[in-house]
Design a binder for this molecule. Structure first.
Ligand SMILES: [Cu+2]
Length: 281
């Protein structure tokens, strides 16, 4: 074999290798797609099971209807997101294992790409259809939950909540009562009117399942309906300064009767919220 022939042969080999890369003629990896589908199904089942069972173990105790709604929304959204996340993880997992560089340093040429997905009507239709259905479902679910939670109730009570570095104060309008421990009646909607005396705080009665910012010079509103007697935690959910982590107190859910007698036993010793900032205000 002459050196010229050998040169041409080498060129043909290179062309054969490069051609598929340049013109995307490698067929869609049907076997790979089938394997990814199996991995996707397994990951989906794991995600759905995790979505169904984990929140029940990770969530704090339920002290209000809103907490139940939060839990249910968490479960529904996790289950709805599981197939989507599973697809991403399945492709990534399969790619990392099956299409990894085998034999490092043996070749400078990367493996050829699969056929381009551009213009694939079926894939586009599934993609757009599934996204639209998912987004619409989550939107309708979210709006229905929100309107159910914000619907006004007849026998609701109002509690004014004031945050400051680093303490919560609760006032009961019309009674003159100001306290650092939140007391609320069972089975009645509590409308919290929240503000701050200094920086942005976050009013978070944990087990009631609601949370909202407490901003200076602004009143924010949130409602919860306690449905279990006992003590729950009240925390600050915004980093608000040096002692943010200690800006916590407790809330107490009592019966309607106990609530009425608590109100009358408190008197109206303090009619205004006092500033407790270092050095006084
Ligand atoms: Cu705070």
């Amino acid at each position: 074999m002459s050196s010229e022939n050998s040169y041409e042969k080498k060129h043909e080999e290179i062309d054969a290798e490069v051609e598929p890369i340049l013109h995307h003629t490698v067929p869609f990896h049907k076997k790979a797609a089938a394997k990814i589908l199996v991995i996707w199904a397994i990951f989906t089942v794991i995600g759905v099971l995790a979505g169904l069972y984990l929140p029940g173990h990770l969530f704090p105790a339920f002290f209000g209807y809103e907490m139940h709604d939060v839990w249910l929304t968490f479960v529904v959204f996790t289950v709805a997101a599981a197939p989507v996340a599973a697809l991403v993880y399945a492709v990534a997992f399969y790619s990392l294992i099956a299409w990894r560089e085998k034999g490092f340093g043996k070749s400078d040429t990367p493996p050829p790409d699969a056929e381009s997905m551009h213009g694939n009507t079926l894939v586009s239709a599934i993609w757009i259809g599934a996204s639209t259905v998912l987004v619409l479902f989550l939107l309708v679910w979210g709006m229905a939950e929100l309107s159910a939670e914000t619907a006004p109730q007849k026998n609701a009570i109002v509690v004014d909540v004031t945050g400051q570095q680093w303490q919560w104060t609760f006032s009961y309008p019309g009674t003159g009562i100001t306290t650092h421990q939140l007391v609320v009646p069972e089975g009645r909607q509590v409308d919290f009117h929240i503000t701050s005396m200094d920086v942005t705080h976050g009013f978070w009665p944990v087990q009631l399942g609601v949370q909202i910012d407490a901003n200076p010079n602004v009143t924010t509103y949130i409602s919860a309906t306690p449905n279990k007697l006992g003590t729950f935690a009240v925390r600050c959910s915004q980093i608000c300064g040096l002692y943010h982590a200690y800006m916590q107190t407790s809330g107490l859910v009592v019966s309607n009767q106990q609530f009425a007698s608590w109100l009358s036993s408190q008197g109206a010793s303090q009619s205004a919220v006092q500033g407790y900032a270092l050095g006084g205000k």
